[in-house]
Design a protein around this ligand. Structure first.
Ligand code: NAD
Length: 466
């Protein structure tokens, strides 16, 4: 029998639940279940309109259970209830309704080939998909993979983070209640090195759709190479530049910078962790931003007045504190935060004060490595070219933002920045219909929109001699 994993609430250390750590045998049984449902066509054999209705229903049920799911996610991750409901449950529900609409629109082409042939293409499901997801937006990232995979007719083994398995299990229960046939979506709880590795090495998994760190992505690539060459799509980390020009709407840009880094307590792959300020506005902007950061209310994530919860785990908190110490050693100027918040009941949780470093240079490690916490690195620039050079001077390329009222400059910057998303005069805008993914070591393949369908289908060319 696999050993159990205990899930603790990072705000107060309370035990929230336990789940099994699936070993290779347990994962093998789950893959076999998913394979059987795929081969027996229990899902892909249903009428498309029926599959469409079931996916839509999953979206509806997720919204019906929004408060319950948000509470569970908040207890697992430490994010506020508002963030859990608005940025995890709501987009997950929307994602299912969006992909419900694709079920009856997935078709091939007839191609005008030379010779006496009819040639046409079929888009077929890839088969059994392993969806390996992280803990920071547990339901949203699961939906980004499960919804399009199901729309394409695949069966899915979902491997949630070892820190957030409870919401994944509840999610699978909701999918079943909506009418998804048994075995089409199964959940392999467990650690990365047990359940995750068993899935990525499995010979009968056709594809892994992954969201997580670069380090794990390298292992998945090796696992694929030494097993069945299963295909991979990778959504990885980021060190996203948030660039403010002097002609920007100042207040909007300050708000964008604040929530770009302190939203979800900085545990966001798209966090605007490098703030590039034009020298004309640098000092005023920094003062305003720091004043707002100091006022952010940290506390119990279930309290509706709380704006920032604790980091997800002691490990994550220690990692962030380590980077803060490094920033000080590297010579960056600490503007605010820079330590744990242990006031009152917060002493029982993993709270870190919103932290801003100024005088950061592109060579510093705090400017190059993903911290994945509430730590902002502020840099100064003078010329547009200099901003582009700093923005692109990283191994990552996930997201970015530009704040300016100069239309031409906005489009020039959007074209020059090497990142999968560029936001102009906004931050963290998402829609189920718009593709999301990375350049460079932020990964490849796209979630969301029509682009995600490529991940879960094979194209077959059929030749008929006439
Ligand atoms: P992680 O890579 O440690 O874990 C992600 C998932 O992979 C978890 O389910 C984990 O159990 C599993 N895993 C770990 N080792 C494995 C192995 N050897 N084989 C198979 N599976 C394994 O990442 P994390 O700490 O959970 O999440 C934080 C990272 O995720 C950050 O780098 C962040 O930027 C990234 N992230 C990216 C996006 C995106 O869309 N680009 C979104 C959210 C998070």
């Amino acid at each position: 029998m696999p050993i159990s994993i205990e899930i603790f609430n990072p705000a107060n250390g309370d035990l929230v639940g336990t789940v099994p750590d699936c070993d290779a045998d347990a994962v093998g049984r789950l893959v076999a279940t998913a394979r059987e449902s795929f081969e027996k066509k229990t899902w892909r054999g249903l009428a498309p309109s029926q599959r469409e209705r079931i996916l839509w229903k999953i979206g509806e049920l997720l919204l019906e259970h929004r408060d319950e799911l948000a509470r569970l996610i908040s207890q697992e991750t430490g994010k506020t209830l508002r963030e859990a409901a608005g940025a995890d449950v709501a987009p997950a529900a929307d994602c299912f309704r969006y992909y419900a609409g694709w079920v009856r629109k997935l078709y091939g082409e007839t191609i005008p080939v030379d010779g006496p042939y009819l040639n046409y293409t079929l888009r077929e499901p890839v088969g059994v998909v392993g969806a390996i997801v992280p803990w920071n937006f547990p339901l949203q990232t699961a939906a980004w993979k499960v919804a399009p995979a199901l729309a394409c007719g695949c069966s899915v083994v979902l491997k949630p983070s070892e820190l957030t398995p409870l919401s994944a299990l509840r999610f699978a229960g909701i999918c079943a209640a909506a009418g998804l046939p048994e075995g089409v979506l199964v959940v392999a709880t467990g650690y990365g090195e047990t359940a995750g590795e068993a899935l990525s090495l499995h010979e009968d998994v056709d594809k892994i759709s992954f969201t997580g760190s670069v380090e794990t992505a390298r292992k998945l690539l090796k696992d694929s190479a030494v097993s069945n060459l299963k295909r991979l799509s990778l959504e990885l980390g980021g060190k996203s530049p948030n660039i403010v020009f002097p002609d920007a709407d100042f207040d909007a840009a300050v708000r964008g910078a604040l929530w770009g880094i302190f939203g979800n307590k900085g545990e966001m792959c798209t966090a605007g962790s490098r703030l590039l300020l034009h020298e004309e506005i640098h000092d005023r902007f920094l003062a305003e931003l720091a004043a707002k950061a100091l006022k952010l209310r940290l506390g119990d994530p279930l309290d509706p007045h709380t704006q920032m919860g604790p980091q997800i785990s002691a490990r994550q908190m220690d990692r962030i504190l380590h980077y803060i110490a490094l920033g000080k050693r590297e010579g960056a100027r600490l503007i605010c935060g820079g330590e744990r918040d242990t006031e009152g009941a917060k002493a029982h949780g993993y709270f870190i004060k919103p932290t801003i470093f100024a005088n950061v240079t592109p060579e510093m490690r705090i400017a190059r490595e993903e911290i994945f916490g509430p730590v902002l690195c502020v840099m100064r620039f003078r010329e547009e070219e200099e901003a582009i050079r700093i923005a692109n001077g990283t191994t990552y390329g996930l997201a970015s933002a530009v704040w300016t009222n100069d239309l031409k400059r906005a489009h020039r910057m959007a074209a020059e920045i090497k990142a999968g998303s560029v936001w102009v005069n906004t931050y963290n805008a998402f829609d189920s219909g718009s593709p999301f993914g990375g350049y460079k070591q932020s990964g490849y393949g796209r979630d969301l929109g029509s682009y995600a369908l490529e991940q879960y289908t094979n194209v077959k060319s059929v030749w008929v001699a006439l």
